[in-house]
Design a binder for this molecule. Structure first.
Ligand code: AMX
Length: 471
């Protein structure tokens, strides 16, 4: 690999990070690039052969190494804890939370270029990091912003496809329809039809992925304006970065909301490979379906209430608490309401996680944002009270593996504060953000020639017989 060695300031930062990090090895590659390396595509072209060799070596030298035992519980329990996927862009630690190419969220906040001094990271910088494993310069991020802007025009038939749905259709249905309609422009499909060799699959996948990432905020904003603002569309503003422009197209132009959107998109972009949306995107793409088809499928998984729809559920639930108990409720009243929710057979939205066993760092950074910008917001204060009240109750239930809040417990109150009050829309914001992580990995799926997914399934009878034999 051509190493773009760090400047001295960065090496100091790097050694500090290495000292701080419990995952030292995963940040060992941290580097910054010179401002002359502005083109993401050529960066990838350099990186891919090296990573292909790395995978080949891994297969040939360690292909038979066992990674653990599969138990009946795992088969029946949604494959929890079963290592079965390669996902290069991020890794989730149950205690520590997500790391994007080795960097934790606070590290990304420190290292990735921002729109202003000490501001939130620009999502374009995260996209660069996820794709290359390298921290970009501001120049590289600005170049990528421009490239995304140049790809952001959405064909008219996409809006017509969305318009064919009733305005009352769920915003996620409208978004997924728009993404599917974008598919007709797929460069991957065209190249495949012309017989492109396998070694080049990643190139049209890259083209589709960058166009999809560029266009999905335009589609998402269209859905919002169509449903909630009488179809008064706000055109994109090419002077703005990705996050700020998305906020602008939605109709929110305060500098704080722009900052929130940059943070929101960054922290929602990727969460390793096994969650429903990421895994769905990867699975569908493994059949060589193009990025539009794969990402539309991922969005449909994100639209489930146990996954991305939880952010909608949280705000609606919080508002139902206020409706019933008033804004100045006591902790006792709040406890009663939580128990009432549980006793009616519902989950407490925004709490618990399939992998995490501590408070989600994505929750914590949103909490810090709130403490800095909106400490007196009554709904933020309620969210803070819930942070105290809910975990002991979920622990008392005895069966909940993680009683702590996840990302969705916080996002709604921040958006609500800045005027984006329509909770039913929130999962679309999550979906737009996820395009960055899922598409980055899809490019690497094709670059590394990852296989068609085809795990083995068995029947109950098969399991019963197997267990009898091995008893
Ligand atoms: N409220 C009530 N019960 C909960 C709970 C919660 N917040 N979290 C978990 N439980 C229950 C489960 O429903 C399950 O009950 P069961 O045995 O009767 O079916 C039991 O505790 C064990 O579940 P688990 O192993 O701790 O969690 P899981 O891996 O099966 O599910 C999750 C994880 C997120 C679906 C679950 O915690 C949940 O439903 N949380 C609320 C919804 C939510 O916030 N989802 C967003 C997650 C983040 C994201 O993807 N965006």
């Amino acid at each position: 690999m051509v190493f773009f060695r760090s400047v001295s300031a960065l090496s100091k930062l790097r050694s500090r990070l290495v000292q701080q990090s419990s995952l030292n090895s995963s940040v060992r590659w941290l580097q910054i690039q010179t401002s002359s390396d502005l083109d993401l595509h050529s960066q990838l072209k350099e990186l891919i052969p090296e990573q292909q060799e790395r995978l080949k070596k891994l297969k040939s030298e360690h292909g038979k190494v066992q990674l653990g035992n599969i138990t009946v519980d795992m088969v029946l329990g949604g494959m929890r804890g079963m290592t079965g996927l390669l996902w290069e862009t991020s890794l989730l630690d149950p205690e520590e939370g997500i790391r994007f190419r080795g960097l934790s969220i606070p590290e990304c906040q420190k290292l990735l270029p921002a729109a202003k001094h000490a501001g939130e990271p620009l999502p374009e910088g995260l996209l660069w990091l996820l794709l290359t494993g390298k921290v970009p310069t501001k120049g590289q991020v600005d170049a990528l912003s421009k490239e995304l802007q140049s790809r952001a025009a959405v064909p008219d038939h996409v809006f017509k496809a969305i318009d064919a749905l009733p305005v009352s259709a769920h915003p996620m249905t409208q978004l997924a329809t728009g993404v599917l309609a974008l598919q007709v422009q797929s460069e991957f499909q065209k190249a495949y039809d012309k017989g492109i060799p396998k070694s080049k699959y990643w190139e049209p996948t890259y083209e589709d992925s960058l166009s999809l990432i560029a266009q999905v905020p335009v589609v998402g904003a269209y859905v919002y304006r169509r449903i909630y603002k009488n179809g008064q569309i706000i055109p994109k503003d090419d002077s703005l970065d990705y996050g700020a422009n998305f906020s602008h197209m939605l109709g929110f132009d305060s500098p704080e909301m722009h900052e929130l959107m940059r943070l929101y998109v960054t922290i929602h972009s990727d969460h390793e490979g096994g969650n429903v949306s990421a895994h769905t995107g990867h699975l569908v793409a493994s059949a060589l379906s193009d990025p539009y088809l794969s990402f539309a499928a991922a969005l449909n998984g994100l639209a489930g209430p146990l996954h991305g729809l939880a952010n909608q559920e949280v705000l609606l639930w919080i508002k139902s608490v206020v409706d019933e108990c008033g804004e100045n409720m006591t902790k006792e009243q709040l406890k009663d309401y939580v128990w009432k929710t549980l006793k009616s057979g519902k989950v407490v939205p925004g709490f618990g996680h399939g992998v995490l066993r501590k408070t989600d760092p994505r929750y914590m950074c949103q909490r810090e944002f709130a403490l800095k910008h909106l400490p007196d917001d009554p709904l933020f204060q309620l969210v803070s009270k819930l942070y105290e009240v809910v975990p002991p109750i979920l622990t008392e239930l005895g069966k909940v593996k993680n009683p702590w809040p996840n990302v969705d417990a916080h996002s709604g109150v921040l958006l609500n504060h800045y005027g984006l009050t329509e909770a039913r829309y929130y999962t679309v914001l999550f979906g737009v953000s996820r395009s960055i992580g899922i598409c980055s990995q899809l490019i690497w799926d094709r670059a590394l020639g990852l296989a068609l997914e085809r795990p083995k399934s068995v029947t109950m009878e098969w399991l019963e017989n197997y267990c009898k034999k091995s008893a």
